[in-house]
Write a protein that binds this ligand. Structure first.
Ligand SMILES: [Fe+2]
Ligand SMILES: [Fe+2]
Length: 191
């Protein structure tokens, strides 16, 4: 590999893409697994996502925002997608995996993240590659930060605070309404 390509391959975008592949692999494993194993896979995916989101939010996203002045559309959407994922993660972290809605909640997180990854790789990263940011140097800082997060723990975001304030929802509004709804039924025999 030429020296230039080698440097590029170790850069920030390559690091983020490698983390995307790891988490997508865990999502696939979750679909095939059962019981205790599912919870273990979910925990591993959540840990990976927390590291990933933190280094994006602390270093990669702000660097891009600064370098791509005036082109906030893709960055603003990414922020909102991170917010939704972090709410779901904060809820999943309060669960032990035996809850009726654990699987559904993790599946929605996986769908949200898969969509987000598509937008990052399809729109954000190509735009980023056109900037003059030194992604090799930035990638090194991101790698260091990822390591220190695993040792020191994660800063608590507003989503954790939100979820802890309300706690986990016992039953969905639809499940509660099922007890009292009078359903309009068709008369006559079923066709
Ligand atoms: Fe992201
Ligand atoms: Fe990402």
């Amino acid at each position: 590999m030429p020296r230039h390509d080698k440097r590029k391959a170790q850069g920030a975008i390559a690091l983020l893409k490698a983390q995307h592949e790891e988490v997508k692999e865990l999502f696939k494993q979750f679909e095939k697994a059962e019981g205790r194993k599912r919870k273990e896979i979910a925990d591993a995916a959540i840990q990976g996502l927390k590291v990933h989101a933190s280094i994006e939010e602390e270093l990669f996203y702000p660097a891009l925002r600064k370098a791509m002045k005036g082109d906030g559309g893709v960055m603003d959407e990414a922020d909102e997608e991170h917010h939704v994922a972090k709410v779901l993660i904060a809820e999943l972290e309060l669960m032990d995996g035996k809850e009726d809605n654990f699987e559904a909640k993790f599946t929605v997180l996986a769908e949200n993240v898969r969509h987000h990854i598509k937008e990052e790789e399809g729109e954000m990263f190509p735009q980023a590659a056109k900037t003059r940011v030194d992604f090799v140097a930035l990638g090194e800082r991101m790698r260091e930060r990822a390591e220190s997060l695993l040792i020191e723990g994660f800063p608590e975001g507003v989503e954790v605070e939100m979820v802890h304030k309300t706690g986990l929802r016992e039953a969905s509004p639809a499940k509660l309404a099922e007890a009292t709804i009078e359903i309009p039924m068709l008369s006559g025999r079923r066709r």
